[in-house]
Structure formats: structure tokens, C-alpha cells
Design a protein around this ligand. Structure first.
Ligand SMILES: Cc1ncc(COP(=O)(O)O)c(C=O)c1O
Length: 374
């Protein structure tokens, strides 16, 4: 097949999503029960118990999206008007939207050039007396330095929130699961993630007080075991029973999804080991491979060449750092030069999928080889 006719599975089609009969049965089970709202059913509560067990954490709270999961975390951390939250400019807008919603200030720290994850030194330099929390994103499924960030947060009395939306079952260099060192860790079930229920979020913690805050914030500040009393301000971020039922099945599939993504990524790494001008992350063990990030000399040129060969490739991941968006006025250009260089020049993102065959991977490797020789 000519390279430009390479039809890779994508997350927007049945070939690129790992669904089976079990998801279909789960949807019908909920429909037949006629209880679609999780305030009155058992699916979301069961999903929470299963998620807590998967991550060996005391509690999990289900919500309507990854952004909602982060909003629960930020609100439970006590972030409010005038507070500051330090995070990366290289992430989805969902990482910062909750901070804005709490009328707090997002403080952007620069990232490491090799993987785009927060630079702990830059984080520490950004701490002020107003800092309340740090949100560490495990970008693309590769580990942020949670050890160093945990130590900084402990030194300054800050809440550490791990944004694991892209890092299902990712591990750090010591083989520890990402999402187990933060006071709270948040996950997304959005269409593009490793596993999906369309939309959905999960927040995990070992702290019963944080868990209670998150649960209240998720359901209008209402603890339904004690009558119609609103203990604190909250929103309606409930996950529906339909979503939870699908998510429960997806949760049983995530280990295999990540295993296959790792196997294929290792095959690609071996195939392009000698390639000039494009490098996979040096830290590959434990990577969850939400996508495959490559470091190149000129990301626009590489992306164009790959796209011509039928390989979806995105230069820079984002068009601009988060702080350069109109929704976040007042930040100067050049604020985080290493993040800007990754976006403008050196970062190339390949879509990745557990359904890629070995042949798909070999064709992607060949397209990279051709792009490199141009
Ligand atoms: C790193 C990161 N954080 C947060 C989010 C927000 O998640 P959602 O789209 O489920 O609200 C996403 C993805 O969308 C993400 O990739």
C-alpha cells in the first residue's frame, strides 16, 4: 500500500477504541434500570471503589470530566481569590480552567527541554506567600519529577495535585505509579484518552478531608446522607450512571491498552534508534504513551513530511503556550522560553494507539526515515 494511503486507527473510529460487548451490556444494564443519575444509582460509586483499588488510594471521586476532576481538587485544596497555583504552560486548558474558576492566579513555571514536564527549580523559584498548590502534569504519559515536586510542596506547605489525564498507569523512574505521590491525582475519560466513556473524570486521594471536600463540591455541597443541607458551595459535576458503567469496563481494559502502547512504542524506538534528527524520550521505562513525543530540529518540516506520508503528526502539541491565549490576559510573551521553543521548533507529537499493528509501526518508522533524509 502506498504510504499516503496508510489508514491508521484513530480514537475517533471503532478501530482505534477498545470497546467490546461488555460496554454494550453495561449501557443496556443502566438503561434497563431506569436510574441514569449517579445520585440514585450504584455505578459511579462502584467505579470509585474500583479506581481507588487500582491506584491503591483510600478514595476516588467520580465527576463529569477531567477538568471537573481538577476543579474538585483545586477547590478541596482551598484555592480561592488572590491565591496562586503554579503549573506548566504546556498542557490542556483543563489544567488551568479550575484555577481561573476559583478566581485565583495561575503562575506558569518553565519546563524541561527534554520532555516538556515542569522544571522543579522553576517551580521553587515561583513560590510566593500566596502559593496554595502546584499542579504537575505528566505530559504525554511521561513522568514529571514528582519526587522533587513533592519535596518542594512539603517544604512550603503546598498541596500537590497530579494531572494524570494523559498518564493512565504511567510510572516514574522508580517504577512507582504516577498518581500516587500527589495529595490528589486527577484522571480524564475524554474521547482522546487511553480509555474513554466520552467524557468523565476521577480524582483520587488518601486524605479523608480532601475526599469529603471533593465529594461535596461534586454534588452542590450536599451530603445526601443527612438531609437537604448544603455544607459548602459546590457545583453539579456528577458523572452519569451511563458514563460510569462504561468507565467501569474501560477500567478493566486499561492495563492491556497501556501494555500494547508500550510494546508498539518500543518497536518504534528500536526502528528509529539510528535516525538522525529525531529522538524519542530518553526516559522510556514506565511511559504511558498517550502520544509519542519526538524531539526534532524543525517540527513544521517534519510534520509536513509525515502528514504527506499519511502519518498524523502535530508540531509543538499546542499552537501557543497556555498563557498566550486570550482567556489568560496579562502574561508577557517569552515568559517560559523553553516551553515556547518546544512548541515553535523542537517538539513533534505522533498520535499513538493500542490498535496499531507492527506493520503500522514499521510504516511510521519508514515515514520518519524519509522525513529525516529530506
Ligand atoms: C493534561 C490534561 N489535563 C486536563 C485535561 C482536561 O480533561 P477533560 O477534557 O476530560 O476535561 C486534559 C484533556 O483533555 C489533559 O490532557
Amino acid at each position: 500500500m502506498p504510504e499516503r494511503e496508510m489508514h491508521l486507527p484513530t480514537v475517533l473510529g471503532p478501530r482505534g477504541r477498545t470497546f467490546g460487548e461488555e460496554e454494550r451490556a453495561a449501557v443496556l444494564r443502566v438503561l434497563d434500570s431506569a436510574v441514569l443519575c449517579s445520585a440514585f444509582g450504584s455505578e459511579a460509586r462502584s467505579l470509585e471503589a474500583e479506581m481507588a483499588q487500582l491506584y491503591s488510594r483510600a478514595e476516588a471521586v467520580a465527576s463529569s470530566s477531567g477538568t471537573a476532576a481538577l476543579h474538585l481538587a483545586v477547590a478541596a485544596a482551598g484555592v480561592g481569590p488572590g491565591d496562586e497555583v503554579i503549573t506548566t504552560p504546556l498542557s490542556d486548558f483543563g489544567t488551568v480552567a479550575p484555577v481561573l474558576a476559583q478566581q485565583a492566579r495561575v503562575v506558569f513555571a518553565d519546563v524541561r527541554p527534554e520532555d516538556g514536564n515542569l522544571d522543579p527549580e522553576a517551580v521553587e523559584a515561583a513560590v510566593t506567600p500566596r502559593t496554595k498548590a502546584v499542579i504537575a502534569v505528566h505530559l504525554f504519559g511521561g513522568a514529571a519529577d514528582v519526587g522533587a515536586l513533592r519535596a518542594i510542596c512539603d517544604r512550603h506547605g503546598l498541596v500537590l495535585i497530579e494531572d494524570c489525564a494523559q498518564a493512565w498507569l504511567g510510572e516514574d523512574t522508580a517504577g512507582e505509579l504516577l498518581g500516587t505521590r500527589g495529595d490528589i491525582a486527577c484522571f480524564s475519560l475524554q474521547q482522546y484518552k487511553h480509555i474513554t466513556a466520552g467524557d468523565g473524570g476521577l480524582s483520587v486521594t488518601d486524605d479523608p478531608a480532601l475526599a469529603r471536600h471533593m465529594r461535596l463540591f461534586m454534588d452542590k455541597g450536599w451530603d445526601r446522607t443527612e438531609g437537604r443541607i448544603h455544607r459548602e458551595a459546590g457545583l453539579n459535576y456528577r458523572m452519569t450512571e451511563l458514563t460510569a458503567a462504561v468507565a467501569r469496563v474501560q477500567l478493566t481494559r486499561v492495563a492491556e491498552v497501556v501494555r500494547l502502547r508500550r510494546e508498539r512504542a518500543e518497536r518504534l524506538a528500536a526502528a528509529i534508534a539510528g535516525l538522525d534528527g529525531a529522538r524519542m524520550p530518553a526516559q522510556r521505562a514506565g511511559h504511558a504513551w498517550w502520544v509519542v513525543p519526538l524531539l526534532v530540529d524543525d517540527n513544521s518540516r517534519w510534520a509536513k513530511s509525515l502528514q504527506t506520508a499519511g502519518v498524523p503528526a502535530l508540531p509543538g502539541y499546542l499552537e501557543r503556550p497556555l498563557y498566550a491565549n486570550p482567556a489568560l490576559p496579562g502574561y508577557p510573551p517569552g515568559l517560559c522560553p523553553r516551553a515556547e521553543r518546544l512548541i515553535d521548533r523542537t517538539l513533534l507529537v505522533l498520535q499513538w494507539n493500542e490498535a496499531y499493528t507492527e506493520g503500522d509501526v514499521d510504516r511510521i518508522a519508514r515515514a520518519l526515515g524519509e522525513a529525516g533524509s529530506r
